[in-house]
Design a protein around this ligand. Structure first.
Ligand code: RIB
Length: 310
């Protein structure tokens, strides 16, 4: 039986232009290709989790427009339960304008649109599903009040919560404390703590600051430097794979979605981190957000090539 997880968050349509280099303010850069790809941190994490082997219920607010129709069709095609996806009558679907350069680095601007209209009552309506889940996954691309309600309900039913604090924004510590797993990248960790996170020792110190405030487990995703897993009991680094990145959009989502699916499957956190690192490594070698999420079979195959046994 596949583990059931709930993902609550944004669904966007990503409008992507590949450019040789990212423009400075006021500069025009000419790119070659334009692509429309399914994205949004919530939807990306739902797709990553379902491909990693979980049964996923996704809770989101999508506009009643052609982007929204396509997003919903895509989720259903993946086998994601979209029963609790609501459709806004007043706001357009979320859109992200994305530039990706030759090294795979990106710039993103998001129009949140209908994502802002995912309300606490929509989370309440999904309570029966939340109660029966093995993990609840949530990010910060929706209203904070809604995030709070999602976490509150999960905690009430003793369901582990993975909170991906992305995009970076101010979050009350009381909310961070309720998460079982917090998965910031370096800049999100810096935004949460007000501390530098350029060096490994700084990442560890920033995570320690969060533990001192009552945060349980931090899994800081630090790109090529790997993942720093820390709790009040100590810190451990897991190395990243050496790969040639073509597009890093969605890599953090891939990590969080895969991690949640693996933990919900009863694996240890160490195994789940290794599996999620492998998934994210594959993700960055492919273009697009949801298009780049690997399947469980691909993760197992590439891990076997790399001599890693799960
Ligand atoms: O994390 C990547 C995602 O951020 C993109 O898919 C884009 O939609 C933005 O939400």
């Amino acid at each position: 039986m596949k583990p059931h997880i709930i993902v609550i968050g944004s669904a966007n349509t990503d409008l992507v232009v590949r450019v040789p280099k990212l423009p400075r303010s006021g500069e025009t850069i000419t790119g070659e290709q334009f692509q429309i790809v399914a994205g949004g941190k919530g939807a990306n994490q739902a797709v990553a989790a379902v491909r990693a082997g979980a049964r996923v219920t996704f809770i989101a607010n999508i506009g009643q427009d052609s982007f929204g129709d396509a997003a919903l069709r895509g989720l259903r095609r993946e086998g994601i339960n979209a029963r609790y996806v609501v459709r806004s009558k007043t706001r357009a679907s979320g859109v992200a304008l994305i530039l990706v350069d030759a090294r795979g680095e990106n710039l993103i601007a998001v129009a949140r649109g209908s994502n802002d209209e995912l309300l606490p009552r929509h989370i309440d309506a999904a309570q029966p599903a939340i109660r029966a889940a093995r993990c609840v996954v949530v990010q910060l691309e929706i209203s904070l009040t809604t995030v709070r309600r999602a976490v509150e309900l999960a905690v009430r039913h003793a369901i582990p919560v993975l909170l991906n604090p992305a995009p970076a924004r101010r979050v009350p510590i009381s909310l961070l404390r309720q998460a079982t797993f917090l998965t910031p990248n370096e800049s999100e960790l810096a935004a949460l703590t007000g501390l530098p996170t350029k060096r490994k020792s700084e990442v560890e110190a920033a995570a320690r600051r969060l533990h001192a405030l009552g945060v349980k487990q931090v899994l800081a995703t630090c790109g090529a430097r790997g993942v720093c897993w820390s709790s009040a009991a100590g810190t451990r680094w897991f190395p990243a794979w050496k790969v040639k990145a073509v597009d890093t959009v969605g890599a953090g989502d891939c990590f969080s979605g895969t991690l949640a699916a693996t933990v919900a499957d009863g694996k240890s956190i160490e195994q789940a981190i290794r599996f999620a690192i492998a998934a994210a490594a594959i993700c960055v070698t492919r273009p697009g957000a949801q298009t780049s999420m690997p399947t469980r079979r691909e993760i197992l195959r590439d891990s076997a090539f790399a001599g890693i046994d799960f």
